[in-house]
Ligand binder design. Structure first.
Ligand SMILES: [Zn+2]
Length: 86
């Protein structure tokens, strides 16, 4: 999975820095997020959304699509496996 550096983003939920983005849809391509793309925090697994300045915001005013929620579930599962190995 390729990761694109996006400087200066902070997760609106946990406050940790999220400065890399990769797409689960196009794993082999460079990915640059655009407005209204959803993001899953690497640290707390919460879903946020890119605004027009490509800053992450809470999704309070959005309906998060099921496929994003599915990815969030996968992510949480992956994280719990990762945490157990440490
Ligand atoms: Zn977070």
């Amino acid at each position: 999975m390729k990761t694109t550096k996006i400087e200066g983003n902070i997760c609106p939920y946990c406050g940790l820095r999220n400065d890399g983005a990769s797409s689960y849809k196009r794993e082999d391509e460079e990915y640059t997020p655009s407005e209204n793309d959803f993001s899953i925090c690497f640290y707390c697994c919460e879903v946020s959304v890119f605004n027009k300045n490509l800053k992450l915001e809470k999704v309070d005013n959005f309906v998060v699509p099921n496929e994003v929620l599915e990815q969030q579930k996968e992510f949480k599962r992956f994280k719990s496996m990762y945490n157990r190995k440490k």
